[in-house]
Write a protein that binds this ligand. Sequence first.
Ligand SMILES: *[C@@H]1O[C@H](CO)[C@@H](O)[C@H](O)[C@H]1NC(C)=O
Length: 229
Amino acid sequence: MDSKGSSQKGSLLLLLLLVSNLLLCKSVASLPICPSGAVNCQVSLRDLFDRAVILSHYIHNLSSEMFNEFDKRYAQGRGFITKAINSCHTSSLSTPEDKEQAQQVHHEVLLSMILGVLRSWNDPLYHLVTEVRGMQEAPDAILSRAIEIEEQNKRLLEGMEKIVGQVHPGVKENEVYSVWSGLPSLQMADEDTRLFAFYNLLHCLRRDSHKIDSYLKLLKCRIIYDSNC
Ligand SMILES: *[C@@H]1O[C@H](CO)[C@@H](O)[C@H](O)[C@H]1NC(C)=O
C-alpha cells in the first residue's frame, strides 16, 4: 500500500477509536449521574448487573495477580500453602463453596451474602494498602493492585446496594459482615509470621473475589435471563 493510503487508513482508525471512546464516555457518564430527587432516573437492572459482573471479574483478576506476585516474591519455599486452610475472616458468613451449592440458595440470600462479604473486606483492604505501603521497598506490582482493589471493592458494594434496592425495594437490609481482626498479625516483628499473615489474607481475598464473581454471574443469569443462559 502507498503511504497516502496507509495514512488514510491510520486516520480512519483514529476516528473509529475516537467515536468508540465518545460512546464509552457517554455510557459511563450517563450511568451514575442523577440529579438528586430525580424520578425516572434509574439505571436498568440489566445495566447494573452488567457493570457489577465486569467489576467483580476485574477484582478477581487483580486479586489473583496480586496473590501470584506475592507468592512469587515472598512465599517460595516457606510452605505457606499447607498452612493456609479455611482460615479466612469471612468463613463465619457460611457462603456456598461452589456453583452447585450456590444454585440451591435463594437469590435474596445470595445477594445479602455478597453484600456481607464485600463489607467484610472494606476494613482489611484499607489496612492492606497501608501495610504494603509501609513495607521495605514496597513492590509496586502488589501495592498498585491493592489500591485498585480497595477502590473497586467500594464501587462494587455501591453497585450491589443499588441492585438490592431494585430487586427488593423497601426491604430493610441487615448490614451483616465479619469483623476482621488480623491487623496485629500483619505487623508482627517475626518475618515468617508476618509474611504468612499477608499470604493468608491475599489467599482469602482471591478465594472470596472468585466466589463473588461466580455468585454474580449466576444471579445475573437467574434474574435478568430467567435462567436461560
Ligand atoms: C488478568 O487479565 C489480563 C487481561 O485480560 C490477562 O492477561 C491476565 O492473564 C489475567 N490474569 C489472571 C491471573 O487471570
